[in-house]
Design a protein around this ligand. Structure first.
Ligand SMILES: O=C(CO)COP(=O)(O)O
Length: 251
């Protein structure tokens, strides 16, 4: 049985006052035995998050890492080794906002994925199709190419220490959620695709759904056999709402 993971991607949200309040709210949640919880604050607030949540089971992640694994001359970037040094355990790789707006190509993402794993930072590989790709019936082709870009170069074994997040671009921040059936169809496709090369990795890997997950739709999504939790944007900025989603995962 795979454990569920509820992960909050804060994106570029938060200031010193709001982050303090959010961290205080998160520190007060009731811990669930059956589910894991993680947050991905903006890099500026990672150290504060690690310190404020040190007595909780909340795992801290980063939203991105550099293509170089360790300290070097790379202005503006943060190395996986630095993230690990301050207490990060997870890193998002290839969020659609980075793919579509910030130039993260598949070849850059291979380097970031590899850099993360080389420092024992667990990658959460984000994949997903745009609205237009879905309308053109290219969903599975897009997902296959995003997955294969990593698998073909780094090998299927790298997925034994990674998480996948399926985030349909059309459902991110739009209030449009994939129906549980739509999401399940894709999650089972992803698992089957991995199973073709390694069934044991496919059965173990957590595949999160992301795209307008809220407390009022999480139960139906998490009930699906191949949905192993959520990567949550907007609703993770509210400790009560995020806590409610986490409680649903723990039940
Ligand atoms: O992109 C997301 C998480 O990484 C999803 O964001 P929303 O939950 O705001 O749609």
């Amino acid at each position: 049985m795979r454990r569920l993971l509820v992960a909050g991607n804060w994106k570029m949200h938060g200031n010193s006052a709001s982050v303090k309040a959010l961290l205080a709210g998160l520190a007060n949640l009731t811990w669930q035995q059956q589910a894991d919880i993680a947050v991905f604050p903006p890099a500026l607030f990672i150290i504060e998050a690690v310190q404020s949540l040190k007595d909780t089971p909340i795992i801290i992640g980063a939203q991105d890492c550099a293509i170089e694994p360790q300290e070097t001359a790379l202005t503006g970037e943060i190395a996986a080794s630095q993230l690990v040094d301050v207490g990060c355990q997870l890193v998002l790789i290839g969020h659609s906002e980075r793919r579509l707006l910030l130039g993260d190509t598949n070849s850059i993402l291979i380097k970031k994925f590899k850099a993360a794993q080389s420092q024992k930072l667990k990658p959460v590989l984000c994949i997903g199709e745009t609205q237009q790709e879905r309308e053109n019936n290219q969903t599975f082709a897009v997902l296959t190419s995003q997955l294969n870009s990593i698998i073909d170069v780094l090998g299927i074994e790298v997925l034994s220490n990674a998480v996948i997040a399926y985030e349909p671009v059309w459902a991110i921040g739009t209030g449009l959620t994939a129906t549980p059936e739509q999401a399940q169809e894709v999650h089972s496709f992803i698992r089957a695709h991995i199973a073709k090369q390694n069934d044991s990795i496919a059965q173990k890997i957590q595949i999160l759904y992301g795209g307008s997950v809220k407390a009022n739709n999480a139960e139906a999504l998490f009930a699906m056999p191949d949905i192993d939790g959520g990567l949550i944007g907007g609703a993770s900025l509210d400790a009560d709402e995020f806590g409610a989603i986490y409680r649903i995962a723990g039940n």
